[in-house]
Design a protein around this ligand. Sequence first.
Ligand code: GLU
Length: 297
Amino acid sequence: MNSPGAGRFAPSPSGELHLGNLRTAILAWLFARSTSRSFLLRIEDLDRARAGAEAAQLAELTAVGLDWDAEPVRQSDRLPLYRAAVESLRNADLLYECYCTRRDIAEAATAPHSLPGSYPGTCRTMPASAHPRRHGRPPALRLRSGVTDWTVEDELHGSYTGPVDDLVIVRSDGVPAYNLAVVVDDAAQGIDQVVRGDDLLSSAPRQAYLASLLGITPPQYAHVPLALNREGRRLAKRDGAVTLESLAEKGWTASSVRDLILRSAGLPAGTLAGALEAFHPAEVPREAWIVEPGELS
Ligand code: GLU
């Protein structure tokens, strides 16, 4: 039998964690610990990083009782790893330059038979020298994808098939794209269990396909339901007191927030250790957690 690998939580340091983020983190920890895996953190700061957010998020995770098994890694410290993966894709002739703007793509994608939002492949066939926008605009690098869809196995969603297009690997500003970084990082950190919000389920087929091209075994996925507001939209700071700091002003301790989250997942409140004993991946709720403002007064 293979030795157990690791699970992880990978926040973007764009602000304080809210109840939905904390719930995903707690579920990821429970999945990892209940399967004898280690639990790791990764700060995904390639896109949006706000000063001080990383330290605040780590303190929030500690406050609800989570622990992890190594120093958190930070994507901005790992650019050479992504560059090596880009080189291996380039050497396999799997990348091409793309000069399209967002608008080009939006307009082309409205053509009949194309999947909404997917890249129509304009630059895959057009010689770069012929592209009307090649002057004054650095290219992005896209994957020359050999498939149109891919199937992943998910603990909660079963077999899930989703579209795979010629996704961006390096953005036109030179920054590695999220889909590349996540695949490279999960492999480099030995992560074989990815628990995250189900808004990312549709990205999993692309990431698993990219992993296969890089010779990486895709992780076991579990895309867990999000926390939503009463209107059915993803919980956000504008929904009122949904962060530990703002809840503290209303008298909520971090332990009482942890207990609220555990109950929302059908688990006993009190301690994470107790919740861990009662935790069964198959019993994780399949429905979104609707956070009623009244629940938080
Ligand atoms: N950094 C992403 C987020 O905070 C999560 C990506 C992932 O878990 O793969 O939404």
